[in-house]
Design a protein around this ligand. Structure first.
Ligand code: DX5
Ligand code: ZN
Length: 219
């Protein structure tokens, strides 16, 4: 399976977003964390900033919406230029309808699970998705320690995706670093979000390649 690295701009300098995007030119995606201070206790950025960033970079944007009422707001992020839009199942009123709408607008549809949300109830929903995001910290902040308790869920999700012969990408987000990425890859993840590990490195592009190599050797 192809390894993809999606650096989280949450750990970058928000006053210089376009320059920060340039510093990770070796990334497959740019992970943009949208938080509304309701679904999570933090507030980041929204549609106008995503729209401006999409115009300023050629790297595709992977929007992670940690917001209430994604049914109403998520499709707008496709119009703003995001190539992948992930909503949280805990917040969505009609996840199937929303995933179909995101796809119909031309984006990849992602669905996120907080650490305490099990995958099992969503097995039949997997064909509607392009990506399943397993949070490996409680969403809301960067720089938190990786939760090993999420590894069995990554493994179960990989089994379900493979059993159904699906091409759904399996993304992990939270505490992913050189120390933890191999565990995630070994459990079956193929798409890796890393914020502080990448933007805290002296050479972010070199760190992306190190993370990619570590995941490839373990997956
Ligand atoms: C947290 C965000 C993450 C965060 C990851 O709620 O969804 O994308 O930026 O940051 P690190 O890699 O530092 O844990
Ligand atoms: Zn995220």
């Amino acid at each position: 399976m192809a390894i993809q690295i999606s650096p989280s701009l949450l750990a970058s300098d928000f006053a210089r977003l376009a320059d920060e995007a340039d510093r990770v030119s070796g990334a497959d995606w740019l992970h943009v964390d949208v938080m509304d201070n309701h679904f999570v206790p933090n507030l980041t950025l929204g549609l106008p900033v995503v729209e401006a960033l999409a115009k300023a970079t050629s790297t595709p944007i992977d929007c992670h919406l940690m917001i209430e009422d994604p049914d109403r707001w998520a499709p707008g992020y496709v119009e703003a230029g995001a190539s992948s839009v992930t909503f949280h199942v805990e917040a969505a009123a009609a996840p199937v309808r929303l995933a179909r709408e995101l796809r119909a607008k031309g984006a990849r549809a992602g669905m996120g699970l907080k650490p305490a949300t099990a995958i099992d109830a969503y097995e039949d929903l997997l064909p509607e998705l392009d990506m399943l995001l397993v949070m490996t910290v409680e969403p809301g902040f960067g720089g938190q320690p990786f939760l090993d308790m999420c590894l069995p869920k990554i493994r179960r999700t990989r089994e379900l995706v493979d059993r159904h012969g699906l091409e759904v990408w399996l993304q992990v987000d939270g505490g992913v670093s050189l120390e933890t990425i191999e565990r995630c890859a070994e459990a079956g993840a193929d798409t890796f979000v890393a914020g502080s590990a990448v933007f805290g490195a002296d050479d972010p592009n070199a760190m992306i390649e190190s993370l990619r190599a570590a995941a490839a050797s373990a997956g």
